[in-house]
Design a protein around this ligand. Structure first.
Ligand SMILES: [Cu+2]
Length: 519
């Protein structure tokens, strides 16, 4: 196995922090103090305080970061679907902040995104967010502040937590319910990260850059410290279970940095929902890939007494803390790990079966695994586009929007930059939506990383994943495999600005985003 080689650039991080870019809107918030008066008459349903916190990953590993209400992760916020809620956010830091409600279909002015013109929560100030949570399921909340070269800002901090929107009807029976957020800490810059894409990769590579940019890689972000919630593997209390119990797990990858594969030794995950949305075809599987920002809800039958590890499949990542001990009652001994089979991760497993095609047989010629990049492949690529346009198993959209992703190594001096359709953010008026219309987005990932692509305030229905047609899988974040392709449909039913971006913070900060506007 390849060992991680990295160049730790702590002093660079410090130097950069002093000159971190502050956007004009953030600056205005700092200077003018657009704080609302402190609420006096009515108490909000929920109060969130953005403040410095300590996180005890292990007795000898206590970190300082910014969190919510004294902890990181912040509290699990339970809300009722369709019932209006108010959230008072107090910002006890010196940085303008935003709280984004990931996966909720709410207006732009409370979505918590600068690009959508949500007002900041000013430093030492307050804002009240009022919205009606929908749809039900596992959502989450996190800072949406930009970080650029400052690894102490935005999603690198401990500002994240689950928001669980309770459905009108309760889900099936279970004995225990746990919210588990995967997380990395103490990020650092590196130009030579070994990412986990080999581990999260699935299938063919239909997309390649026309000419491969062979410039030396710029800086990206990595980490050497991991946890589930606030504890490193082996610290804190184990998750205690009894034989025969059904345990409902709400999993979230709250990393600002990396996609992750996890498994539960000795057990299978019965996947019920992706990104909080029930899937058409629940499946029992041995491992799960969670892109940054993604959620999976899974039931686990406790039918294998012992002491087990639920954690990252990569041994080095588990060794650095990403895991949790699950202990059956009356069992003693060391926690056990078993490597799961290396099954490809494929969202289409959970979709409606497409008539006349199985996952294996439905792939058009382009996706049969030949190396691509030749002229013949280019020709095939255009015919594949025709096929993507002509997907027969779902209603035809009103319009197709293609989005090609490219990486420019060291495009921003030290840092890699990312382009959508040939340019970094901002795009002027390229992505215009007509209210009520149905759109198809074709994500063409011509980079050597898997990118978790998130569209705010809308729900994406996956209709094709690397050549396999599907339907019924509803997501807000879709990992597009490296050199891969994903096609999603959505209805433009949320007027206002909607940000689309890679959920890896440094990718978003350095160009990998676009705004959808309503005409
Ligand atoms: Cu990315």
């Amino acid at each position: 196995m390849q060992r991680r080689h990295f160049l730790q650039l702590g002093s660079l991080a410090l130097a950069q922090r002093a000159s971190a870019r502050i956007t004009p809107a953030a600056q205005a918030a700092m200077q003018m103090g657009t704080s609302q008066p402190a609420p006096t008459s009515t108490k909000a349903d929920i109060t969130l305080r953005i403040e410095p916190v300590t996180v005890e990953l292990a007795p000898d590993k206590i970190l300082s970061t910014i969190g919510y209400n004294g902890t990181s992760p912040g509290p699990v916020l339970r809300m009722k679907e369709g019932r209006a809620i108010s959230v008072d956010v107090f910002n006890d830091t010196d940085t303008p902040e935003l709280v984004h409600w990931h996966g909720l279909l709410i207006p732009a002015d409370v979505d918590g995104v600068e690009e959508e013109n949500t007002p900041f929560v000013p430093p030492r100030g307050h804002r009240r967010y009022t919205f009606t949570p929908t749809p039900s399921g596992s959502r989450w909340y996190h800072s949406h502040a930009m970080a650029y070269a400052d690894l102490h800002k935005g999603a690198y901090t401990g500002q994240f937590g689950f928001a669980y929107i309770e459905p009108a009807q309760t889900p099936g029976a279970y004995d225990q319910e746990h919210f588990l957020a995967l997380r990395d800490w103490e990020p650092f810059f590196t130009s030579s990260m070994e990412d986990d894409d080999d581990d999260t990769k699935s299938g063919p590579e239909p997309e390649k850059p026309a000419t491969l940019n062979t410039a030396p890689n710029g800086l990206e972000v990595s980490s050497m410290t991991y946890s589930i919630n606030d504890k490193a593997l082996g610290s804190g209390e184990p998750l205690r279970v009894k034989p025969g119990q059904r345990v409902l797990l709400h999993l979230l990858n709250a990393s600002a940095i990396e996609n992750r594969r996890i498994a539960f030794a000795g057990h299978k995950f019965h996947v019920l929902a992706l990104d909080g949305n029930p899937v058409p075809t629940p499946q029992s599987i041995e491992s799960i890939v969670l892109g940054a920002g993604e959620r999976v809800c899974a039931l686990v039958e406790m039918n294998n007494p012992g002491i087990w590890i639920l954690g990252a499949t990569q041994p080095s990542i588990r060794a650095m803390g990403l895991g949790l001990v699950v202990e059956y009652e009356n069992q003693r001994g060391q926690p056990k790990w078993i490597d799961p089979p290396k099954d490809p991760w494929d969202y289409t497993l959970f979709g409606h079966p497409v008539a006349g095609s199985s996952a294996a047989s439905s792939r058009p010629g382009l996706f049969s695994g030949q190396p691509s990049g030749s002229t013949a492949d280019q020709a095939q690529a255009s015919s594949a586009l025709e096929q993507a346009r002509a997907l027969k198993h779902v209603p035809a959209p009103d319009q197709i929007i293609e989005m090609a992703f490219e990486k420019v190594p060291a495009g921003a001096g030290k840092f890699n930059t990312f382009h959508v359709n040939g340019k970094p953010y901002p795009h002027e008026n390229e992505f215009l939506l007509k209210q009520g219309a149905r759109y198809r987005l074709i994500f063409r990932n011509r980079t050597d990383d898997a990118h978790p692509m998130h569209l705010h305030r809308h729900q994406l229905e996956l209709v094709d994943f690397n050549g396999t047609p599907t339907s019924g899988v509803i997501k807000d974040t879709v990992v597009v495999p490296f050199y891969g392709r994903a096609t999603v449909d959505f209805t433009a039913n949320q007027p206002g600005l909607s940000l689309f971006h890679c959920h890896i913070q440094s990718h978003m900060d350095y160009g990998f985003k676009a705004l959808f506007r309503y005409a």
